[in-house]
Design a binder for this molecule. Structure first.
Ligand SMILES: *Cc1c(COP(=O)(O)O)cnc(C)c1O
Length: 375
C-alpha cells in the first residue's frame, strides 16, 4: 500500500520526547520557548507564538486583529474548513471569494467582495504554494484591512526570496501529520507586532498575567491575575521538543519533496487532458500536496480514477474541498455558487508525496496513474 502522506519522524524526535518527559516539565515551558525562538529565526519573523494547532492559532489571530460580530473577512471557500471556521468563531462572517487555477485566492474576485463591513483578508497558501502576498498587501492597505495568512501547509515555502512567516503580521502554521513537518498536533503564529505577540501569549494561557514558568522560577511568591477571558491553546513541551528536530530538517525535506514533484511534472507533462500544478517564478513551494486537475476531456472520472488507484494499492485524495458546500455553511447561504472553486474541487486529485518515498514507489504511482488513464 502506498499512502498519500506520512510524517518524517525518527530516533531524534523519539529521543527528544523521551528526554522531555523525564525532565518532569511536559507542558508549555522551556522547549516551547526554544521552538518559538528557532521558528522565528527560521522564518525571519520577529516573534513566534506556539499554539495547540493552526486552527487555534487562526482564532487568536482573528481576536488580536480585532475582528468580531458584524465584521466580514474575505477568504477562499476552497480550503480546509478550519480557515472559515476561525472567522466564524469570533462572530464574524466569512465572505467566500473565488480562487484561480493555482487553488489560491483570486485578487480581483476578493476586491469585488469587499464591503464596508470587511475587516480582514485571510490569504491561504493552498497545499503549500504561496498566494499573491504583495497583491493582497496592496489591496488590504488600500481599504485599511488586516492581512492574515493561513500558512497551515506552507512551512518552508518562500515568496520573493523570503520564507513564509516573514511577510505579514499574522501568519499561522500547522504541524498536523498531514503537513510537511509535524508535532502530532501543533501550530505557530508569527508576527512582527509586539502588542499582538504579547496578547496572543496571554490568550493562549487562560488570559493569565504570569505564565507557569515565570512563577516556577521566581524566588518570590507571585500571584497571577486573569486579565481577560482567555483559552487553553498551549502546545506541550513534548510536542515542542519534537518540533525543534522537525524544524532542523525542514529545508532538507522541502528539497527532497521538490525532487519528487519534479519527477511527476516530467512524467505527466505529455498528457493533454491533465493540468499539472505550476510554480510561479517568485514562489518556492514545499509541495505539501501534489494536486492534478483532470480537464473535462479526461476519459476517466476523478472518482473512478481514485477507486482504480486504490484497487492497485495507491492511496489518493480528492483535491482541496469547498467550504460553502459543506452543511455547516450551505445552510447559511444555500444559493451561493463559486463555479471555479467547485470545478477545481470536483476535478482534482492529490497523489502520494512523502519522505522517504522510494524510487520504486514513485515509479509505481506514475505507471499505475498512466495505466488508469489509458495513456
Ligand atoms: C490543515 C489546515 C488547517 C488546520 O490545521 P490544524 O493544525 O489541523 O488546526 C487550517 N488551514 C488549512 C489551509 C489547512 O490545510
Amino acid at each position: 500500500m502506498i499512502p498519500i502522506a506520512k510524517p518524517y519522524l525518527g530516533e531524534l524526535e523519539a529521543q527528544a520526547a523521551y528526554d522531555t518527559i523525564l525532565t518532569g516539565w511536559i507542558t508549555q515551558g522551556p522547549r516551547v520557548a526554544e521552538f518559538e525562538e528557532k521558528f522565528a529565526a527560521y522564518t525571519g519573523a520577529k516573534y513566534a507564538v506556539a499554539v495547540s494547532n493552526c486552527t487555534t492559532g487562526l482564532h487568536l489571530a482573528m481576536l488580536v486583529a480585532g475582528i468580531g460580530p458584524g465584521d466580514e473577512v474575505i477568504c477562499p471557500s476552497m480550503s480546509y474548513i478550519a480557515s472559515a471556521n476561525s472567522v466564524t468563531y469570533v462572530g464574524a462572517v466569512p465572505v467566500f471569494a473565488e480562487v484561480g487555477t493555482d487553488y489560491n485566492l483570486d485578487l480581483e474576485d476578493a476586491a469585488r467582495k469587499i464591503s464596508p463591513r470587511t475587516k480582514a483578508i485571510l490569504l491561504v497558501h493552498q497545499i503549500g504554494l504561496p498566494g499573491n502576498i504583495d497583491g493582497f498587501r496592496a489591496l488590504a492597505d488600500k481599504h485599511g484591512l488586516v492581512l492574515i495568512e493561513d500558512a497551515a501547509c506552507a512551512a518552508g515555502s518562500s515568496y520573493k526570496g523570503k520564507k513564509i512567516g516573514s511577510h505579514s503580521d499574522l501568519v499561522c502554521f500547522s504541524f498536523h501529520p498531514r503537513k510537511v513537518i509535524s508535532t502530532g498536533d501543533g501550530g505557530m503564529v508569527t508576527t512582527g507586532n509586539e502588542a499582538w505577540y504579547q496578547r496572543m501569549k496571554l490568550l493562549r494561557q487562560h488570559g493569565m498575567s504570569v505564565n507557569d514558568r515565570v512563577r516556577h522560577e521566581s524566588s518570590k511568591v507571585i500571584f497571577e491575575d486573569h486579565i481577560e477571558v482567555g483559552y487553553n491553546y498551549r502546545m506541550t513541551d513534548i510536542q515542542a521538543a519534537v518540533g525543534i528536530h522537525q524544524l532542523a530538517k525542514l529545508d532538507w525535506l522541502v528539497a527532497e519533496r521538490r525532487k519528487i514533484a519534479a519527477r511527476y511534472q516530467e512524467a505527466f507533462g505529455d498528457i493533454p487532458f491533465l493540468r499539472l500544478p505550476s510554480e510561479p517564478e517568485d514562489c518556492i513551494t514545499n509541495w505539501q500536496s501534489y494536486s492534478i486537475y483532470l480537464k473535462p476531456e479526461c476519459p476517466v472520472s476523478r472518482n473512478e480514477l481514485m477507486q482504480n488507484l486504490l484497487d492497485k494499492g495507491i492511496s489518493t485524495r480528492r483535491g482541496v474541498m469547498t467550504t460553502h458546500r459543506e452543511t455547516a455553511y450551505s445552510i447559511k447561504a444555500p444559493g451561493l455558487r463559486l463555479p471555479v472553486s467547485e470545478d477545481l474541487a470536483d476535478r482534482s486529485i492529490i497523489i502520494p508525496l512523502y519522505i522517504p518515498m522510494e524510487l520504486s514507489e514513485i515509479e509505481t504511482v506514475i505507471a499505475e496513474f498512466r495505466k488508469a488513464l489509458g495513456v
